[in-house]
Design a protein around this ligand. Structure first.
Ligand SMILES: [Cu+2]
Length: 110
């Protein structure tokens, strides 16, 4: 009886562990913005993962703009600021900087 009681207590703990491992599989990939470039310019992630852009410039502000998604755009990131987006839809998501058209990047979602 004592052992059975312990087992009952352990089952919820085990379920919690399995659940947390599943959730923990989602990752955050960082892209830094430096010298008017997204680094790395192309990343590959899994559906449900997050990309975090971090502006490492000394004085220039940037944004992340997705022209194919009705111009979905981040807030303007000032030096030291960052912006995150979770990607759910698989595919090739091309983006650029709002104020600097020549700055381009790609998020590939598997
Ligand atoms: Cu820019």
């Amino acid at each position: 009886m004592k052992i059975a009681g312990r087992m009952r207590q352990r089952v919820p703990g085990l379920l919690a562990l399995v659940f947390s491992l599943g959730v923990g599989a989602q990752q955050t990939v960082e892209v830094t913005i430096q010298d008017y470039k997204f680094l790395p310019a192309e990343v590959r992630i899994k559906a449900g993962d997050t990309v975090k852009w971090i502006n490492m410039e000394k004085r220039t502000s940037h944004s992340v703009l997705f022209p194919a998604e009705n111009g979905l755009e981040s807030e303007r990131m000032f030096p030291g600021e960052s912006w995150k987006r979770v990607f759910v839809a698989p595919g090739r998501h091309e983006y650029r900087c709002g104020p600097h058209e020549e700055m381009k990047g790609v998020v590939n979602v598997d």
